[in-house]
Write a protein that binds this ligand. Structure first.
Ligand SMILES: C[S@@+](CC[C@H](N)C(=O)[O-])C[C@H]1O[C@@H](n2cnc3c(N)ncnc32)[C@H](O)[C@@H]1O
Length: 244
């Protein structure tokens, strides 16, 4: 049984793709292969390839899908080691804001896609959020800030229109787009508050030898106050199916 969040995206994509044939799928910034799981429900007969620079995540992906014939490669979106027009579908989920070379990466994604075939982009948005979703954004943006200070590229999430502009300005025509969110509150018990506060503290601890650490610590208290008051829900995602 899939969580509601995954079902929401599957339903809409299934409706759109209906009986379109898709044989070879490339998932960029695949992480632990979370988006491949969703795609497999929509395209059960396709062959899958996932790429990501993070070896630990790829190892988890390999273990998760060990009984499936999926190839995972350590690779960056800005230099895809595949021939032109190899894939029928290229996807990227919650990955655009992790790419340091957005234009080059989108151009690579288009290069490896067959003409007239489709790209799926699933990305978190930063605007029109409920107070509980704003709290998830607060957490996520602090995490992205600590990542940047530790030398890892991690942009903050963008407003929906900015995401659509990035896609179109990079030569991808939007066929359909839709938003989804599940409204599931992460905070249902006091233990959940402690869990998220400790997680945020742990993220900040990578900076504990730097002066910025003391400046950031009050944010942990602020985060606790916020989630005690309004809870925390996953931010809305926008999904775009685009054509090159
Ligand atoms: C939030 S995770 C997304 C994981 C998964 N796709 C999902 O939907 O949950 C972002 C991923 O982007 C990856 N990433 C970072 N820089 C990248 C790059 N230059 N090219 C491709 N992936 C990259 C990270 O390693 C991380 O696994």
């Amino acid at each position: 049984m899939y969580p509601l969040r995954e079902l929401l995206i599957m339903e809409q994509l299934k409706k759109y793709f209906n009986k379109k044939s898709v044989y070879q799928i490339l998932d960029i910034a695949t992480g632990e292969g979370q988006f491949i799981k969703i795609l497999m429900d929509i395209f059960p007969d396709a062959s899958y390839t996932g790429i990501d620079p993070n070896e630990e995540s790829l190892q988890i992906a390999k273990e998760t899908f060990q009984d499936k014939n999926i190839q995972f490669f350590k690779m960056r979106a800005e230099k895809l080691d595949f021939e032109n027009e190899k894939f029928d579908l290229v996807s990227i989920s919650n990955g655009l804001h992790h790419l340091p070379h957005l234009e080059t990466s989108l151009s690579e994604m288009k290069r490896v896609l067959k003409p007239d075939d489709l790209i799926i982009i699933n990305e978190l948005v930063s605007n029109n959020l409920t107070p509980a979703q704003e709290n998830q954004k607060f957490y996520h943006h602090l995490k992205s800030y600590t990542d940047r200070l530790s030398g890892h590229f991690h942009h903050e999430t963008w407003a929906k229109q900015k995401i659509l502009d990035i896609i179109q300005q990079n030569g991808i025509q939007i066929e359909i787009s839709f938003d989804y969110f599940d409204g599931k509150n992460f905070i249902t018990e006091t233990e959940n508050i402690d869990f998220w506060v400790i997680r945020l503290k742990e993220h900040l601890e990578v900076l504990k030898d730097r002066s910025v650490y003391q400046e950031l610590l009050p944010k942990v208290k602020e985060f606790r106050r916020r989630i005690e008051k309004d809870g925390m829900e996953h931010a809305t995602n926008v999904v775009v199916v685009g054509k090159i």
